[in-house]
Write a protein that binds this ligand. Structure first.
Ligand code: NAD
Length: 487
């Protein structure tokens, strides 16, 4: 069995308690992880706090911080193969995707390396004589980062990159379901030469480790990605330390197909939107809203594509759909499909777990027209597509917005003016027109409503890791006049 360590204050540590990590493709334990408990969380936060205020880090120029980030980016690129294999092994996400995604993660670090010395303050045209006033942008402080199991290197890069660019220090809690890639990434942070305590990486369970971290009195900001229910715990925890929060949560994203769309292209995007990453994607296009006149034709194309998908070992480059990350997740998907079928949804394809070991579930399509299927409101975080049809553009928009989530949406049409109307009318943080599931370090990412708030990616994300300080400098040498009048 492989053994992994936490990274606290520049040192690798086993911790007193360990737990086994399960390979989702076999259902068997393959590695031992250190379980961080409250005392470990305290040590990690104290190290981050010390590094922020007393260590060499706060004396680094922004350009020096950028140089370290460039180094980290190069190390991620050089080690992408190994990191991808660990992520695939520990979470079941197919190697085809982890290899490509982690190679791209290096570009996120590069992007924020370049931004480090472009975070500028400002000078204010103040309305008083003999006074210079300006705003400094300072790091927000010690950041607690809590991430879910899927795409951990990506979801942590969009936090670690901008936070380091801004000069923050941090404690990153890897998910207990598949922490191997982030714990391995800690070795690259160490090799890049960040001073001790700037980046601490631990793992442990939500109600113990995650809770202790998010309510810690020395934490200034919590960057959380996960489900809305957990987010409520995190926000309640933040009532203790009054830390600010940014929340990237789940979704029930609409994928709208009009009759004039290129149906073949839309079907490929729909497959990418719901079956890639075995549907364990926050932006999964899980509600297909298709114009009634092409519904049957579009479903025929989709069904054929879904049934041709190669299910297999996630470590095989030819595999297209691997297992879900945990048994709990597979059981959740299975139970929600069963409830949806009982509520009247029609089974187009899939709906079952294949025989054999591992937490697999077949790509599934549910026809939900005329039913109140729970699949329409509840996030599966699995390979299950719910289908509704519409007659008019207004109906399509109403169905698209009929959700408390608001992360992403896809619109497929050749009609330019309609695309513009929908792009404005849809209540979601990301709208893709004639494409889906495209991301970039340059483009902000985040949601509305139950999908959370805060934006990751782009320049603003780096500014979100800063706070302003207003500095007043009196330029007159005359004595201060009447002390009883406010200046
Ligand atoms: P989760 O909410 O169960 O767990 C996320 C993290 O929170 C884990 O590290 C967990 O240990 C921690 N946690 C659990 N309880 C906690 C508590 N009481 N206090 C503090 N931390 C706690 O999420 P998951 O099941 O691992 O992941 C799936 C969810 O994540 C889905 O809802 C998915 O849509 C969402 N997600 C969102 C995005 C996005 O960017 N918007 C990206 C990926 C995943």
């Amino acid at each position: 069995m492989q053994r992994f360590q936490c990274y606290i204050n520049g040192e690798f540590t086993d911790g007193e308690v360990r737990f086994e990590s399960i390979d989702p493709a076999t259902g068997r334990a393959w590695a031992e992880m250190p379980e961080a408990r409250e005392a470990d969380v305290d040590r990690a936060v104290e190290a981050a706090c010390k590094a922020l205020h007393d260590g060499p880090w706060h004396k680094f120029s922004a350009t020096q911080r950028g140089k370290l980030l460039y180094k980290l980016a190069d190390l991620v690129a050089e080690n992408a193969g190994k990191l991808a294999e660990l992520e695939t092994r520990d979470t079941g996400k197919i190697i085809r995707e982890t290899s490509a995604q982690i190679a791209y993660v290096a570009d996120y670090y590069r992007y924020y390396a370049g931004i480090a010395d472009k975070i500028e303050g400002s000078y204010l045209p103040i309305d008083k004589p003999d006074m210079d006033v300006w705003l400094r942008r300072e790091p927000i402080g010690v950041v607690a980062m809590v991430v879910p199991w899927n795409s951990q290197l990506f979801l942590s890069a969009v936090k670690i990159g901008p936070a380091l660019a801004a000069g923050c220090t941090m404690v990153v809690k890897a998910s207990e379901d598949g922490p191997a890639p982030l714990l391995e990434f800690a070795r690259l942070v160490h090799e890049a030469g960040f001073p001790a305590g700037v980046v601490n990486i631990i793992t442990g369970f939500g109600p113990s480790c995650g809770a202790a971290l998010s309510r810690h009195p020395q934490v200034d900001h919590i960057a959380f990605t996960g489900g809305p229910e957990t987010a409520r715990h995190v926000v309640r925890n933040s009532a203790e330390n009054l830390a600010s929060t940014s929340l990237e949560l789940g979704g029930k994203s609409p994928f709208i197909v009009f009759a004039d769309a290129d149906l073949e292209s839309a079907a490929n995007a729909q497959v990418a939107g719901i079956f890639a990453a075995t549907g364990q994607s926050c932006v999964a296009g899980s509600r297909l809203i298709v114009e009634r006149s092409v519904k049957d034709r579009f479903l025929r194309i989709l069904k054929a594509k879904a049934e041709a998908i190669r299910i297999g070992s996630p470590l095989d480059m030819a595999t297209e759909v691997g297992p879900l990350a945990t048994e709990r997740q597979r059981d959740h998907v299975q139970a929600l499909v069963a409830r949806s079928l009982s509520a009247g949804a029609g089974l187009v394809t899939g709906g079952t777990a294949p025989e054999g070991a591992g937490f697999y579930f077949r790509p599934t399509i549910l026809d939900c027209d005329g039913s109140a299927s729970p699949s329409l409101d509840n996030e599966f975080f699995g390979p299950v597509l719910s289908v509704l049809s519409f007659e008019t553009e207004a109906e399509a928009l109403r169905l698209a917005n009929d959700t408390r989530y608001g992360l992403a949406a896809g619109v497929f049409t050749q009609n330019l003016t309609r695309a513009h109307r929908l792009m404005k009318g849809i209540r979601a943080g990301i709208v893709w027109v004639n494409t889906y599931r495209a991301v970039s370090p340059i483009a902000p990412f985040g949601g509305f409503g139950l999908s959370g708030h805060g934006r990751e990616g782009g320049l603003e994300a780096a500014l979100d890791y800063t706070r302003t300080k207003t500095v007043w400098l009196r330029t007159s040498d005359d004595p201060i006049p009447d002390p009883f009048v406010m200046r």
